[in-house]
Write a protein that binds this ligand. Structure first.
Ligand SMILES: [Zn+2]
Length: 96
């Protein structure tokens, strides 16, 4: 359930049109930070509101894994890997 007082819920619900969603599915979205600390500073946010990481438990493992995989795919697309062999070590590091 989304929280109308939470900026991340508003973004994940598409109610902040200026935020470009790089990834969107039924469970989460991924978008670039509004003040990125680096070129590839992305945030993965669940569509369901969680006030804290402490609200997560073992039942969320698969969701967290899906979010991690989506971030890896965003950062290390296969096309990029085929063009830039040197990037492979970076992506392998991310895969750990
Ligand atoms: Zn929220």
């Amino acid at each position: 359930m989304a929280d109308d007082n939470c900026i991340f819920c508003l973004i994940s619900d598409g109610r902040i049109p200026s935020t470009v969603l790089e990834v969107e599915n039924d469970d989460f979205v991924i978008f670039q930070d509004i003040k990125p600390a680096s070129q590839h500073h992305y945030l993965a946010v669940t569509k369901k509101h969680y006030a804290s990481l402490k609200d997560l438990n073992k039942s969320h493992d698969s969701l967290v894994q899906l979010m991690e995989n989506a971030l890896k795919d965003l950062l290390c697309p296969r096309e990029f890997l085929s063009m830039m062999p040197s990037s492979d070590s970076i992506c392998r590091r991310l895969s750990r």
